[in-house]
Write a new protein. Structure first.
Length: 193
């Protein structure tokens, strides 16, 4: 199968939505969640994809494949943006995010084609660094990118504020209890005669 990467158009929205759902299912835990996307969230996602397509500072691409003379098949997608490689170091990088290859099309070269397209995009912009976002639960993606020379730069952890507040409240009690114990006077043993 011949694989190529091209910029997306508004006509690709249905395929982007399918790939977006697959990406979401890979990233979000399944327990207690219903598979599928509501009509409202699907419309919001379509709006975000349309905005990305129209935004010249973002480059949304689609990996497609197929045999000569047959219609192309969408294999995967990725979003390229230019930012800094690190918040404190002003080193420009192409950030590859929202990268996904459909489960049924894995091991056909689409992932490598998307990374090659990101490298070409960086070279076109005179940028020497690529940064990729990988969900920590996706060991396959982490291994894939490691084999291509990507190394961890930082581990970013996320949590809902409500969970952090709840955890901090429990921690404050433990810290207070520990401090109280630490300031209790220590009884000296009576001298031995």
């Amino acid at each position: 199968m011949l694989v190529r990467v091209r910029a997306v158009t508004e006509d690709d929205l249905p395929v982007l939505l399918e790939l977006g759902e697959e990406l979401r299912d890979q990233v979000l835990p399944v327990e207690g969640k219903s598979r599928g996307t509501s009509v409202t969230s699907r419309a919001a996602l379509a709006q975000r994809y349309s905005e990305a397509i129209a935004d010249p500072s973002r480059h949304l691409v689609l990996a497609v494949g197929g045999k000569d003379g047959e219609p192309e098949v969408a294999l995967g997608m990725a979003l390229f943006t230019v930012s800094t490689a690190n918040a404190l170091v002003d080193l420009p990088a192409v950030h590859m995010s929202h990268a996904v290859v459909a489960d049924r099309h894995r091991k056909r070269g689409a992932g490598k084609a998307l990374v090659a397209a990101a490298a070409a995009y960086a070279e076109e912009h005179g940028i020497e660094q690529l940064v990729v976002s990988v969900h920590p639960g996706s060991r396959d993606a982490a291994r894939f990118f490691a084999r291509l020379g990507f190394a961890p730069q930082a581990v970013r952890r996320t949590a809902p504020v409500s969970v952090v507040r709840r955890k901090l409240t429990g921690t404050e009690r433990i810290v207070r209890q520990t401090r109280r114990r630490a300031v209790l006077p220590v009884k000296a043993d009576a001298p031995h005669s």
